[in-house]
Design a protein around this ligand. Structure first.
Ligand code: SAM
Ligand code: 2KA
Ligand code: SF4
Ligand code: MG
Length: 181
């Protein structure tokens, strides 16, 4: 059984796959407590894999995004294999502090100062608070490096930073701007 906060269908609002229709599976609970966290994830219902796969199978989109909370607390090869059997492309949003199953198709790591132990990262996506040196995260091996304004509040500051450090790209939380989930 896995503890799930919510399952919803929307567009990926952030990062490389922005705009892509996806089913979000938000797992409950986290091993970190970021002061800026924009998500209520503590509440949850227990679901077995058959129930999870049934909701996934009913979604027309190919992309499934595992998030939370911290999804790495809850997932294993069996869950990912089942999603692949349904023909899905499996993405994860993780803080990088725990390993994730190797079969996941797209790994987004949003580091939070704690050591990152991932074997593979596709995109690094850092919440820009203005309070930490984000350049340390450029040392993580990845294909893409994104900075994301914190709660849509400091977009100008992030744009200014990226123009001076053009190895980064801008990730907007587009779902918040257009008021979808
Ligand atoms: C809620 S987290 C869940 C997944 C995982 N725990 C993590 O932090 O990557 C999903 C994404 O939202 C980002 N995020 C959380 N709070 C935010 C905020 N106030 N503004 C912008 N992005 C935020 C995280 O950095 C992460 O990329
Ligand atoms: N639309 C939408 N896109 C997202 N991308 C990552 C999200 C997350 O909370 O992990 C998220 C979210 O909560 N909503
Ligand atoms: S690691 Fe992710 S879910 Fe956990 S508190 Fe930080 S932003 Fe929120
Ligand atoms: Mg979110």
């Amino acid at each position: 059984m896995r503890k799930i906060n919510e399952i919803f269908y929307s567009l990926q609002g952030e990062g490389f796959h922005t705009g892509t229709p996806a089913l979000f599976i938000r797992f409950s609970g986290c091993n970190l407590k970021c002061p800026f966290c924009d998500t209520q994830h503590e509440e949850g219902r227990w679901m077995d894999d058959e129930a999870i796969w049934a909701e996934v199978a009913a979604c027309p989109a190919r992309m499934v995004i595992l998030t939370g909370g911290e999804p790495s607390l809850w997932i294993d090869d069996a869950l990912i294999d089942g999603l692949h059997r349904l023909g899905k492309y499996v993405c994860i949003e993780t803080n990088g502090t725990r390993k994730v199953p190797a079969g996941i198709d797209w790994v987004t790591c949003s580091p939070k100062g704690a050591p990152v132990v991932l074997d593979r990262i596709d995109e690094v996506k850092v919440v820009f608070t203005g309070e930490e040196d984000v350049e340390v995260y450029r040392q993580l091996p990845a294909k893409q490096y994104y900075l994301q304004p914190c709660s849509c509040r400091n977009t100008e500051e992030v744009v200014d930073y990226i123009l001076k450090h053009p190895e980064w790209r801008l990730s907007l939380q587009t779902h918040k701007w257009i008021q979808i989930r």
